[in-house]
Design a protein around this ligand. Structure first.
Ligand code: GCB
Length: 591
């Protein structure tokens, strides 16, 4: 599915702004046909935003179930005869959409786009009512998983991931006009042979019988550098300007459907020419070893929760550039496509992660969620879950396959991985990712509960991604002991001859808390903790990257281990630096 775009043949109308919004705690909206007329007792809800923190009302913040969004939109009068599409960049975690009283699409999964062809349901120049029922409940068959438990005070939603279950319409909603004969998808894969670049392309067109496809590749100044006839082919770019970490150079591939001399449809795909390869314990971009410096992040800020905001996007990248980061992981779900576009432009390397987080009933021991479940079983995470998970992988790759910034797929964060059930669950999912994209390495993020020698899933990955908290959750306050234990474990992993990226290491830190001796929670301890980790990483060649957990403090469910959220940020939630930010800048910005 292509992103909405204004081109010579396409037009878009963004439907962001204030929508009418209503909770549906009894779950009666569908049977009562709430889509058939104006929502009753509605309040205003901004889109894009999580709904949770907008109202001054705990029953909204902690709500789970169906919620309804509605607005009226006028279809541009010039769109007569066009194919008209209603496009959602995401709806967390699932949605059903009506145009007028007609149901047009449903979608499962909270972080990937979906769309409906509504040409038959709208009239150019007329108003139409758009209603969306969004549901944010998590179950053993959702990605991420959760469970609803009965309690003496009613039903409670539990989940095993350590971030707040923000939900709603987090990203833009669009009305799009394209020609009826249209380009439906484009895939590019780039290569390098010395100073010559190659761009292999493949176009999928719909309703285009009798039309020809062609492509034009232009450099950043707009000069034409290659053209190609046909729906697939390989362009060569002599003296190519490579896309590289810190150099987000992008070409523009214009894809066209033509009827003789007339351009029937045109779509622009940006292209960064680069290669990615894992060789032994090295991670190579353009044949050169890279070292990942950066963070695990979240889409998380005050008031709007996981709602996309360009101001926060640009500011976060400014802070990451200031600190000397060259990469981050989209922990723990696919981020807004605006983030991916900007990472392409800024030359950042991304580990792009599916929302498969919390597939581990051993985690938290009742701190983050309930106890007493088996992770993989017919009643819990089962074959049906794996199908949903596989679809989430396919949708992530379909969405992000053309981004040069994406150099590695992560198909899960910290699942149970030391059991037979885990091995059986994950092996086919690695294949799903490889089938969807043979051009990039694939991995998953290993948890401390499956240390070296016990993990049965890492054998399937091209890269080892490890989250470790020596000196925080274990050896708390004992950095000397932590250093010995951590180095010992890492030396074991290094024997696997795969590149190792430390995808999480971090210590909760209360900004403003200081201590003369290294006390956990103090700003000094966070700095010492990071230093200790860096000594360990620097002593092991197979370590090719370090991502501190986390870029910024973030919201979680309440818990005795969390003070107003998770405080492992190097920046506070409102992006004020802690001492660790300056310490990291010394290490990263100078290397
Ligand atoms: C982890 C998880 C991350 C948590 C973090 C923590 O291993 O991957 O989601 O927030 O630990 O701070 O406990």
């Amino acid at each position: 599915m292509l992103r909405p775009q204004d081109t010579a043949t396409r037009e878009t109308k963004r439907l962001d702004g204030r929508w009418a919004f209503a909770l549906d705690p009894e779950g009666v909206g569908r049977s009562e046909g709430w889509f058939a007329g104006p929502l009753r007792d509605a309040r205003a809800m901004p889109v894009p935003a999580s709904f949770n923190d907008i109202a001054a009302d705990a029953s909204v913040r902690d709500y789970f179930g169906d919620v309804w969004y509605q607005r009226v939109v006028r279809v541009p009068r010039g769109w007569d005869g066009q194919r008209i599409v209603l496009h959602f960049e995401s709806a967390t975690h699932r949605a059903t959409v009506w145009v007028g009283s007609t149901e047009v699409v449903s979608h499962e999964g909270g972080y990937t786009p979906f769309a409906a062809d509504v040409s038959a349901d709208v009239v150019a120049g007329d108003e139409v009512r758009v209603t969306v029922c969004v549901n944010n409940t998590l179950s053993f068959q959702s990605i991420p998983p959760g469970v609803i438990e009965d309690s003496p005070t009613g039903k409670k939603q539990l989940y095993w991931h350590d971030f707040f279950n923000y939900a709603g319409l987090h990203r833009s909603v669009w009305l799009v006009a394209t020609p009826v004969a249209h380009i439906d998808d484009v895939t590019v894969v780039t290569g390098l042979a010395g100073v010559t670049g190659t761009v292999a392309y493949e176009i999928v067109a719909v309703g285009a019988e009798g039309l020809d496809a062609r492509v034009v590749l232009r450099d950043a100044s707009g000069a034409e550098v290659a053209t190609g006839p046909g729906a697939s082919g390989v362009l060569t770019v002599p003296d190519v300007h490579r896309w590289a970490p810190g150099d987000g150079y992008l070409y523009d591939l214009e894809v066209q459907l033509v009827d003789g001399g007339e351009v029937v449809d045109s779509y622009h795909q940006s292209v960064g020419v680069r290669t990615v390869e894992v060789r032994g314990a090295e991670f190579l971009v353009n044949g050169e070893p890279v070292y990942f410096k950066g963070f695990g992040k979240h889409e998380d800020v005050g008031v709007i929760g996981k709602g996309h905001s360009d101001a926060h996007l640009v500011h976060d990248f400014e802070l990451m550039s200031w600190i000397g980061a060259n990469s981050f992981r989209t922990s723990h779900y696919p981020y807004s496509e605006e983030v991916l576009d900007y990472a392409d432009q800024q030359g950042f390397l991304l580990i792009d992660e599916v929302a498969a987080v919390g597939l581990n009933m051993g985690l938290g021991g009742g701190i983050f969620g309930g106890q007493g479940y088996t992770t993989f079983s017919p009643e819990t995470i089962n074959d049906a879950t794996r199908e949903v998970h596989a679809q989430a992988i396919r949708e992530l790759i379909a969405r992000d396959k053309n981004h040069p910034s994406v150099v590695l797929w992560s198909i899960a964060n910290e699942p149970e991985s030391d059991t037979e059930g885990a091995e059986a669950y994950f092996e086919p999912l690695f294949q799903v990712a490889r089938d969807a994209d043979p051009s990039r390495p694939v991995g998953f993020v290993n948890v401390m509960l499956a240390p070296y020698g016990t993990c049965r899933v890492s054998q399937f990955g091209d890269v080892l991604m490890l989250n470790r908290y020596y000196g925080w959750y274990v050896n708390t306050g004992d950095l000397a002991g932590a250093e010995v234990a951590w180095r010992k474990e890492l030396e074991g992993w290094a024997g696997e001859n795969k590149p190792i990226i430390i995808t999480e290491y971090g210590a909760d830190t209360m900004p403003g808390l200081h201590s003369l001796t290294p006390q956990p929670w103090s700003e000094e301890y966070q700095v010492d903790y990071l230093d200790m980790n860096h000594r360990v990483f620097d002593s092991i060649d197979a370590v090719v990257g370090e991502h501190v957990w986390n870029f910024a403090d973030f919201a979680t469910t309440p818990g005795i281990m969390r003070v107003d959220g998770n405080k492992k940020g190097v920046f506070t939630r409102d992006r004020t630096p802690k001492n660790a930010a300056f310490a990291l800048r010394k290490r990263w910005a100078s290397s």
